[in-house]
Design a protein around this ligand. Structure first.
Ligand code: PLZ
Length: 443
């Protein structure tokens, strides 16, 4: 069923039917599971989410960077319907099937680098990260893992340890997995001596800290998001990723790129590492890979991936056939509809408009991102002091007008934009108009 690509706000948001459902949610669902915007969804497609009150919201979130090819994308719907009618599950570890192998072949081909690769499939991003760590430890025989300030890698025990931010992800959930060490991120906007020094100085600090506090020969892996997602869409200073990756190679340390949020055309390339020609040893993917079905992967150098003994990796549902069928259709869509080009087009529309907003509203301290992964960081004008209150106010004002926006950042002061790559130009502009009005009313 196609969804008309038009914003319609016919009730208060959330509307009465959504409010009823929210009341049921509050008494049935664990309160730890929060909701950003409690409109209950009936249908979605392209750049529009339709709620149970008949409102049609413009989607600048893609379910947190998942529905890059659009919601209920036609090829995915057809592939899933066919697969679900053929068989729904056998467990790849028991009696395998072609779809899993085909997804692995695509990932081996599409991810950065032309070396021999292998892939293993899982259910969620966090599970992929957990497994990347297992593989790196097994391959190196070392234990320590180095992660960065502002990192987000998931909510399981190991990945909570890797994630930097306490609230809401870690608070009260310890103890966390041991042998995780944290180093500064090359965060240009907040680098004390200025963005021009950021890559070199952050790299020097990284090397010095690993040497002094961890020891190179104890270090199994360095894990980094090539653009940090939940941490606030922080694009590392140019050159930083390449330096870290090169140094890891020299030290026999596995360099893991967590491309769970940045992967699959989101940033205007197949993977964010591609922008800088960085070739990770292991790469974790999820989110955009399967058009909304739960699937995740670890892909990497054959000699690292295959260091693990037979039977050492797996899980009941990892690479479920329905999710794999969806992934094959999603990848086909990305290729044939040039979604790399679509992400670049979104950047070319949004970035100048966000830059113009920053001229107008001094609370916008930084505009950044790549492709269809863009953000503004809000501060007290003329300072670096994070302005989380304005961030929430602007986001809430957008929601009222039927624009789905998300926030991010260690300090809760980043408004981030992740539209589906198939969104039309009109909806993009309309969304940006709403954003501008929200700033005018609140900033
Ligand atoms: N690595 C880089 O962005 C998921 C988290 C939403 P899962 N980001 C959205 C929330 O509040 O839980 C993410 C990510 C990066 C790992 C993950 C984890 O992926 O599929 O949510 O486990």
């Amino acid at each position: 069923m196609t969804v008309e690509q038009k914003r319609i706000v016919k009730t208060a948001i959330p509307g009465p039917r959504s409010q009823e459902l929210q009341a049921r949610k509050l008494s049935a669902v664990a309160s730890g599971v929060g909701t950003t915007l409690p409109v209950y969804v009936e249908r979605a497609g392209g750049g529009i989410v339709v709620d149970v009150d008949g409102n049609q919201l413009i989607d600048f979130g893609s379910g947190i960077a998942v529905t890059s090819i659009g919601n209920a994308a036609p090829r995915v719907v057809a592939a899933v319907q066919q697969q679900v009618a053929d068989f729904t599950h056998t467990c790849f570890m028991v009696t395998p099937y072609e779809e899993y192998v085909a997804v692995a072949e695509h990932l081996n081909e599409l991810t950065p680098g032309t070396h021999d690769k292998r892939t293993a499939l899982f259910n969620s991003g966090a599970e992929a990260v957990e497994n990347a760590i297992k593989i790196a430890r097994h391959h190196t025989g070392r234990q320590a893992i180095v992660a960065f300030d502002h990192a987000y890698h998931g909510r399981t025990n190991m990945t909570m340890a890797l994630t930097a931010k306490n609230m809401p992800y870690k608070h009260g959930f310890g103890p966390f997995a041991p042998e995780v060490y944290r180093v500064p991120m090359a965060y240009p906007y907040r680098w004390p001596t200025g963005p021009q020094n950021c890559a070199d100085e952050a790299f020097e600090e990284f090397v010095a800290l690993v040497h002094a506090q961890v020891g190179e020969t104890n270090t199994a892996a360095v894990i980094i998001e090539p653009i940090q997602g939940e941490g606030g869409f922080i694009v590392p200073a140019p050159g930083f990723l390449a330096k870290v990756s090169q140094w890891c190679t020299e030290q026999g340390i596995v360099f893991i790129a967590d491309e769970i949020q940045t992967g699959f055309c989101r940033t205007g390339d197949w993977f964010a590492c591609d922008h800088e020609g960085v070739v990770p040893d292991l790469i974790t993917t999820a989110k955009g890979i399967a058009g909304g079905l739960p699937l995740a992967a670890v892909t990497g150098r054959a000699e690292i991936m295959d260091a693990v003994h037979v039977g050492g990796l797996g899980g009941t549902y990892g690479g479920n056939p329905v999710a794999c069928a969806a992934a094959l259709a999603a990848i086909e869509t990305m290729r044939s509809d040039d979604l790399v080009g679509a992400a670049r087009r979104i950047e070319s529309i949004m970035l100048p408009r966000l830059a113009a907003l920053a001229e107008k509203f001094p609370a916008i301290g930084d505009v950044r991102g790549r492709g269809a992964m863009l953000a503004v960081e809000l501060v007290a004008p003329g300072t670096l002091k994070p302005n989380a209150a304005l961030t929430s106010a602007v986001s809430a004002a957008c929601h009222q007008q039927g624009l789905i926006t998300l926030t991010a950042g260690t300090f809760g002061n980043v408004l981030r934009f992740l539209p589906p790559l198939v969104i039309g130009d009109d909806l993009l502009h309309e969304g940006l108009d709403i954003l501008e009005a929200a700033f005018a009313a609140n900033a």
